[in-house]
Design a protein around this ligand. Structure first.
Ligand code: ATP
Ligand code: ZN
Length: 304
């Protein structure tokens, strides 16, 4: 087995081995050879192990703003949402902008919000796409999706990135179908981490709601057991980090997007998300900074 990275030294070691390429912005990294091996290997392994019964979809890392407005993302998580702003002035505005920049001023005042936002979770584009198909069939939908996600949470914590990739499985159907899917997946998730030889704990969780309502919203989510996370020690042996999430949304997306089942009711949805960078970090943390020296079954799983 390779040298196990110490908690504090993990970022430094991964930068030194060129696995991670710092960009200068907090939580925004390029991936070198070894990190790419881990991320791409995880994505392929997840697809190989679990992807067979799911319809595969891939979306770019931007989503129509109108869809997130319908879903109400900005109500609960305004602090996390990144909006795409663009210059849409005339030549005179442009001349002023360049002048302001050259004088050391803030040139971004001429930028206006576009019709796009940065995708905050891979599953968001799936619900509108399925709603556009009409009534959800009796057997429901199971979708597999992966994309780059953005959340405005700059941090010195290596595991809290602003840009990261989430591989998700999404279920859309009756309340029973959505709930059963979420339950089945907690077992599958545990097995996956065992196959990676990572010790993971399943814990009840809540989303990071904004502002004064956060306490009540988070408590409600926990009481109804709507969110679980599989947590692994990455930075600190004592504090664990969520590497995978299991979410029941009830009829939130069904109602917001008029996604209906054949009985005319709003569809229920559930999603499970693998945080690829965090799982990769856990592998480097526990198996060492050189993937070639990882336990051979773990290496083979990712190399397949
Ligand atoms: P939603 O119910 O809104 O669809 P979700 O399950 O898609 O939620 P989260 O549970 O917030 O989204 O995140 C899924 C996974 O993404 C987490 O378990 C984690 O591994 C990873 N993740 C979340 N935030 C970050 C971050 N800032 N940096 C790296 N990975 C992250
Ligand atoms: Zn999701």
């Amino acid at each position: 087995m390779g040298e196990t990275a110490t908690a504090q030294g993990l970022a430094e070691q991964l930068v030194r081995s060129r696995a991670l390429i710092p960009t200068g912005a907090q939580g925004v990294y390029g991936h070198g050879e070894d990190f790419s091996f881990a991320i791409e290997g995880l994505s392929r392994a997840i697809n190989r192990l679990f992807g067979r019964q799911a319809e595969r979809m891939r979306f770019p890392p931007v989503t129509p703003r109108a869809d997130l407005e319908r879903i109400g993302y900005f109500r609960n998580f305004p602090h996390l949402l990144g909006t795409v702003h663009c210059f849409c002035g005339d030549e005179r505005t442009h001349r002023d902008l360049v002048k302001t920049h050259d004088a050391g001023g803030d040139w971004t005042g001429a930028q206006a919000a576009s019709d796009l936002v940065l995708t905050p979770a891979s599953c968001y584009p799936v619900y509108p796409a399925m709603a556009a198909r009409g009534v959800v069939p009796e057997q429901g939908y199971t979708v597999q999706v992966q994309s780059h996600c953005f959340r405005r949470e700059p941090s010195t914590d290596l595991a809290r990135m602003q840009s990261f990739q989430m591989h998700e499985f999404v279920r859309i159907g009756s309340p029973e179908q959505a709930w059963a899917f979420r339950e089945e997946w907690t077992e599958r998730g545990r097995d996956f981490f065992a196959a990676l030889r990572l010790s993971a704990e399943l814990e009840a969780a809540n989303d990071p709601f904004f502002g004064r309502a956060a306490g009540v919203m988070g408590q409600g989510q926990r009481q109804q057991q709507l969110k679980y996370e599989l947590k692994v020690a990455i930075n600190d042996a004592a504090a664990t980090t969520a590497c995978m999430s299991f979410n029941a949304h009830l009829d939130h997306f069904g109602k917001a997007l008029e996604l209906r089942t054949p009985d005319g009711e709003a569809a229920h949805t559930a999603c499970v998300g693998f945080g690829l960078e965090r799982i990769a970090l856990a592998l480097f943390r526990w198996h060492g900074v050189d993937p070639a020296a990882w336990p051979s079954d773990v290496f083979d799983l990712l190399d397949g």
